[in-house]
Design a protein around this ligand. Structure first.
Ligand SMILES: [Zn+2]
Ligand SMILES: [Zn+2]
Length: 445
């Protein structure tokens, strides 16, 4: 069953010469040549050992890195219904610009992806418009209303990548239990936005010292962590697979660690913004730093970094959430929640985690591709015979976020204006060139 869909692109014919090849799963970490022919990795060799394919281009990789293309299991592409914020074309262009070779889109669209007709039309649209392969999650409950289940078996049979009510929690424990029973029947994973609305209420940022100082209603960490613990307990009882989305709080990391230690089939993701920023970054009331779950404290951020390093947290996911200007150019408390993140994910984490020595580069690459493993998709790899899913990156190139605009249709990026290190120069997805950085000269050897 196919679960990723994209437009056909001409198969890449090119040689990348002398880049540092890094594929943690494949055990590759050395300089070398990569020959891509017919969209497939045709040969790997020591630097200078391979020739460009006839009529193909030769790219100087010296001083640059080649990674397996990243996989983002959590993006909002706003299709159908909010194409003024993003669409399949602009969203997958942003993905490719960030080095992503595949993304999974959330179903909180208008209408909701909660039936096979909507899912089917999205599959077809992706086969026309998507620059990198896109998977679509289907809703757990119709309209995300949380009162009954969608036709999960049918949706899974129609290619749903997984199930989620993201944007909202599954409040009813009974409904989650039944969803787990169906998940075991039809496969896939239940991905959960963990939040207890009776605790988060009308909060606009993390509940703590900074929110008290600013006089803004807060969202306490327990709003997330109590739901993580509850749902892990339900999965422990019922069986089935849960994936905890966008962890933000130290207590949530502890709850996931405890569930894993007890043998529960639970996985977790964390976003680049929760790994890089804290509620300190909200002091200026910049609405780009408003998202749900909110940026929390330095202690939370440290726990998330530790969790990612130890493997308690399986993968990085951007929660790319485009918003129109009029939804963000309002007072902080009224602003929409969310930040775009596809174009900045690698650079943000390279800058805040790898360069200061908090996380190894190969660990970061593993966690940025592991979303594929969590959702049973093929994990991109640098290996002869594999379909080419690669990105070429200059780790040292510095750039100011937003200075040259965004590939996304929206501009609400929490890293906007920051200086980041690490630039994606070229992305090959599903065998075709999906992105080439504007200033990146290619061609002549
Ligand atoms: Zn969410
Ligand atoms: Zn989301």
């Amino acid at each position: 069953m196919r679960r990723l869909f994209s437009a056909q692109t001409p198969p890449a014919e090119l040689l990348i010469r002398g880049a540092h090849l890094l594929d943690p799963r494949g055990g590759i970490d050395a300089p070398g040549d990569v020959l891509v022919s017919g969209g497939t990795i045709a040969a790997l060799g020591p630097p200078g050992s391979l020739a460009a394919p006839p009529g193909g281009e030769s790219i100087d990789g010296a001083g640059r890195h080649v990674f397996p293309a990243f996989v983002d299991p959590h993006v909002h592409l706003r299709v159908p219904g909010e194409e003024h914020k993003e669409d399949l074309h602009s969203g997958t262009r942003a993905a490719a610009a960030g080095g992503f070779g595949a993304v999974i889109a959330m179903p909180n669209t208008r209408p909701t992806i909660d039936n096979t007709a909507v899912l089917g039309s999205l599959r077809e649209a992706a086969m026309r418009e998507a620059r990198v392969p896109v998977g679509f999650m289907a809703a757990i409950s119709p309209g995300l209303a949380g009162d009954r289940l969608t036709e999960m078996v049918e949706l899974r049979g129609a290619g749903a990548a997984a199930f989620t009510d993201d944007g909202r929690p599954v409040i009813s424990a009974g409904l989650l239990r039944r969803a787990l029973q169906y998940q075991r029947l039809c496969g896939g994973v239940l991905a959960l936005h963990e939040e207890d609305p009776s605790l988060s209420g009308a909060g606009a940022m993390h509940e703590g010292e900074v929110s008290a100082l600013l006089g803004i209603a807060g969202i306490p960490s327990i709003s997330e962590s109590t739901m993580v613990a509850r749902d892990a307990a339900i999965a422990a009882h019922e069986g089935g697979r849960l994936h905890m989305q966008h962890l933000s709080a130290r207590e949530s990391v502890e709850a996931v660690a405890a569930a894993k230690a007890a043998g529960v089939a639970v996985t977790a993701e964390v976003s680049p913004h929760h790994l890089s920023l804290t509620d300190d970054d909200v002091r200026g009331l910049d609405t780009r730093a408003k998202m749900n779950p909110p940026l929390r404290t330095e202690s939370d951020r440290t726990a998330l970094v530790d969790g990612l390093r130890s493997g308690t947290i399986d993968c990085v996911a951007t929660d790319h959430a485009p918003h129109a200007r009029e939804d963000k150019d309002v007072p902080f408390e009224q602003a929409a929640m969310g930040t775009i993140g596809l174009e900045t994910a690698f650079a943000a984490l390279n800058t805040t985690l790898v360069r200061p020595g908090l996380l190894g580069l190969s660990a970061l690459i593993e966690r940025m591709t592991a979303g594929a493993r969590v959702f049973d998709l093929e994990v991109p790899t640098i290996a002869v015979g594999a379909q080419a899913n690669l990105c070429l990156v200059d780790l040292d190139a510095a750039w100011r976020v937003g200075e040259a605009g965004y590939e996304s249709r929206s501009e609400n990026c929490c890293f906007g204006g920051r200086l980041l290190h690490g630039r994606v120069l070229l992305t090959i997805a599903a065998g075709g060139v999906a992105y080439r950085q504007r200033a990146f000269a290619v061609g002549a050897a």
